[in-house]
Design a protein around this ligand. Structure first.
Ligand SMILES: C[S@@+](CC[C@H](N)C(=O)[O-])C[C@H]1O[C@@H](n2cnc3c(N)ncnc32)[C@H](O)[C@@H]1O
Length: 344
């Protein structure tokens, strides 16, 4: 598509990265609004407390690998309204809970009434030892978009506030180098890619705040074998997927090239595999329990349904976990019995 094919729109066109930054995090940005992410969509954190319990078990394994230090940190990167950290503190065994320092890192304001044990910060604390966990953070780190024009050149896509697009100049410099390495575009007009360089940098900076421990990013992801030909940039408005419009009224998100974020020693697993290794399974309780203890049977059935949602193929189970160890044995070694689960 060339510039001339695009419908005229309103506002000055700018790159998707800049437009998304303003739309999500500006003074009236989507993530500044009341209710937080949970008011608009459902993450694994909202789906079930089983998720926080599994992350609590992972923190215990990190604590063990670190030799049970006097203080072990949990850093919730892109914490929403602190739901994961709150549930994790409730799920930790007393001996670990007594030594944990909990940090929620968020661009939105601290929610009223949040557990006072949770420190609320705009950036991850430097020099900590423990587990840094980023659930659906990186897909909200704004990126630019490239599109191949009629001559086969990859150009930066510019967008107006109403969502209409025009093509800008050719992609050059570090962004062109990133595309060449991680998401090469054939000279076929219309092909698109999200330029993941800001996410690689954001992730590397977050990992660098750990002195020792494990950093985990969980997200919708693709890798070099499975890049979507037209990208995945999309919007969510009032719980429904919609066209991405950078007007502050909807989420703007794109799947993450997690293989590009991975540093030395990192491992990539599906959420299904990672949660399986942390003891979450969707198995139904035995029918005999229904007659022995009907209330326990109903509770177990509810848990099984929630677990099934967290590990469902085609759904949350297809999310990827990027495990990045820092000064501890391989990330996957912190998940028991992963030999059968690991993908790469
Ligand atoms: C999709 S929500 C996920 C919330 C939560 N982790 C969950 O899984 O329910 C992404 C969150 O990341 C936050 N965020 C984005 N960039 C951030 C940054 N650089 N530092 C801190 N928080 C950030 C957003 O404000 C938003 O609340």
């Amino acid at each position: 598509m060339t510039n001339d094919d695009r419908a005229p729109g309103t506002g000055a066109p700018r790159g998707w990265r800049e437009a998304t930054e303003a739309a999500l995090y500006g003074p009236d940005g989507f993530y500044r609004g009341p209710g937080g992410p949970a008011a608009h969509f459902r993450t694994s954190v909202h789906a079930s407390p089983l998720y926080a319990s599994a992350v609590a078990r992972l923190l215990c394994r990190v604590d063990e690998a670190l030799g049970h230090p006097e203080e072990v940190s949990f850093v919730d990167m892109g914490a929403g309204r602190g739901e994961l950290t709150t549930a994790l503190l409730a799920a930790l065994p007393a001996d670990v809970a007594a030594r944990v320092r909990a940090y929620a890192v968020e661009r939105a304001e601290r929610p009223v009434g949040l557990d006072p044990r949770i420190a609320w910060l705009p950036a991850p604390p430097a020099g900590v030892t423990g587990l840094l966990f980023a659930n659906e953070w990186l897909d909200n780190v704004p990126v630019d978009v490239a599109e191949v024009d009629g001559d086969g050149t990859a150009r930066r896509v510019l967008v107006r506030d109403d969502g209409t697009e025009v093509l800008g100049g050719p992609v050059e410099g570090p962004d062109a180098a990133w595309l060449a390495r991680w998401w090469p575009l054939d000279a076929e007009p219309g092909l698109r890619a999200e330029i993941g360089r800001p996410r690689d940098e954001a992730w590397a900076a977050a990992v660098a705040t750990l002195t020792r421990g494990l950093a985990v990013a969980v997200d919708y992801a693709h890798d070099r074998r499975s890049r979507p030909p037209f990208g995945t940039l999309t919007g969510f408005r009032a719980g429904r997927e919609t066209a991405p419009v950078p007007d502050g009224g909807c989420d703007i998100t794109a799947h993450v090239a997690l293989d590009a974020c991975a540093g030395e020693g990192a491992a990539l697993l599906t959420q299904r595999a990672a949660l399986g290794a942390l003891g979450v399974s969707g198995g139904r309780p035995p029918l005999s329990l229904a007659s022995e203890d009907p209330a326990a049977y109903v509770r177990a059935l509810t848990r099984a349904g929630e677990a099934a949602e967290l590990i469902a193929p085609g759904g949350l189970g297809d999310f990827r976990w990027l495990l990045q160890p820092v000064g501890v044995p391989e990330g996957t070694a912190l998940l028991v019995d992963v030999a059968d689960h690991e993908e790469e």
